[in-house]
Structures are given as structure tokens and as C-alpha cells.
Design a protein around this ligand. Sequence first.
Ligand SMILES: Nc1nc2c(ncn2[C@@H]2O[C@H](COP(=O)(O)OP(=O)(O)OP(=O)(O)O)[C@@H](O)[C@H]2O)c(=O)[nH]1
Ligand SMILES: [Zn+2]
Length: 228
Amino acid sequence: MNDGSNTTWQPGRTAVRARVPVTLHRAGHRTADLVTFTDLPDRKEHMAVVVPGPRRTVPLVRLHSECLTGDVFGSARCDCGPQLEEALLRVAGEGGAVLYLRQEGRGIGLYNKLDAYVLQDRGNDTFEANRLLGRGEDERDYSAAAEMLRALGLTRVRLLTNNPDKARQLADLGIEVTETVPTGVYLTDENGRYLDAKARHAGHTLLVPDALPLASASRTEDLEVSVL
Ligand SMILES: Nc1nc2c(ncn2[C@@H]2O[C@H](COP(=O)(O)OP(=O)(O)OP(=O)(O)O)[C@@H](O)[C@H]2O)c(=O)[nH]1
Ligand SMILES: [Zn+2]
């Protein structure tokens, strides 16, 4: 199948490449489509988990930045794993999409993120650690996400996030964000300073939604949900 990688990328070129139905164990055994794309601006293998919802409602969308350590291994250093689970549960329940974006370590990559963890263990916060590595505090760019949403026909969205930069960037990229829906704040013994730095430094709004869906017990039994 041609993924368009031999052509020069232009805005609006991205299209759906394949839609593959799956059952999601981590989202109440609901079905969803795994969607891949052609002609993504950064040529990375981003993907979407899409669940059709009622036609008249604005779909719930999560832009989830890859976090191998949190999403896959369940590391308690961050809140990514429980946030991904929450997003899948919500989208499976009401329709919408989770875009899984290959932006590991806020765009600096996995190995650099682990180097940043070493610096954090020496007392630097998550943003200082990136700077000490000679990288930006947050290198994420959401052009690919906007293209994926356009290709999916989702140009008006309710965005599941506590990060105002995601909503700002999406709006600048021509996606109408009708509402920002707060995602859960998952406090562990290890991630307090990390969450605190996000709130103080990057303006994340760390509020707890009224009805936070419960993630699977096996992954949340050692988590508390708390307002910071
Ligand atoms: N560089 C770096 N990246 C981290 C660190 N901890 C988590 N990440 C990455 O941060 C990304 C998640 O971003 P966050 O800032 O936690 O949250 P967000 O996605 O901006 O905001 P929400 O939508 O509210 O979840 C993932 O790519 C993680 O791999 C860290 O200490 N250093
Ligand atoms: Zn994480």
C-alpha cells in the first residue's frame, strides 16, 4: 500500500489509509476502529482509535502523547497511563477519538526522557531537566493531529485535556475546539512534583471532573484521585 512517503507533503493531503475494527479490553470490551493515515506531515506512525458517536453531538477527542513508560509499563512517575485509560473508556462510551501521537517525552524521545528522569532525581523539575539536556521544555507540535482530525471529518471537537497549549495549537491549525473537557488528575507517591510543575509552569488546569470514570482496578488500585 502506498503511504505517500515519496511525495512532498501539503496541508490537507492527509487521508485515512486503513480502518481496522478491534475490541478494546481496556475500554469495557467495546469495539473501536484503529485508523492509520497517509501523508502525515512529520511522517511518524501516529494512529487514531475511533468510536462513532451520535451525529448531532460534538465528538470527544483526546490528543494523547506517547509515553511508553506510563502507557505500557504503568510507571507511576507520570499520570499518562491512567489518562489514556480514562480517554479510551470515555470515547468508547460516548463516541469520539483518541489520537495516539508519537511524541514521546514531549517530543524529545524516550532515551532523552529517561535522561531527564535522572536529572529530576537530582532535584531538577521536569522542564528544567529538558533545558539542561539542551532541548525545548515542550517540543510538541500538533500539525499531524490537526491533519488526522480533518481526515477523519472531525473539525469541531470537545478536547479532553488539562493542557491549554493543545487547545490553542489546534485552534490555530483550524480545528474548532468547542469545549475543553478536563481529564483526571492521578496523583501517586511519585508524581506530585511532576504534576505540580505542569500546573505552575505550563498552566495545566488540574481539576477533577465530577464523574471520573473508573479505570480498571488492576491499574488504579494504588492511585488516588486528588485535586492539587
Ligand atoms: N521530557 C519529559 N517528558 C515527560 C516527562 N514525563 C512525562 N513526559 C511526557 O509528557 C507527555 C505527556 O505530557 P503531559 O505534560 O504529561 O500532559 P499533556 O499531554 O500535555 O496534558 P494532558 O492533555 O492534560 O494530559 C508524554 O509524551 C510523556 O512521555 C518528563 O519528566 N520529561
Ligand atoms: Zn507519562
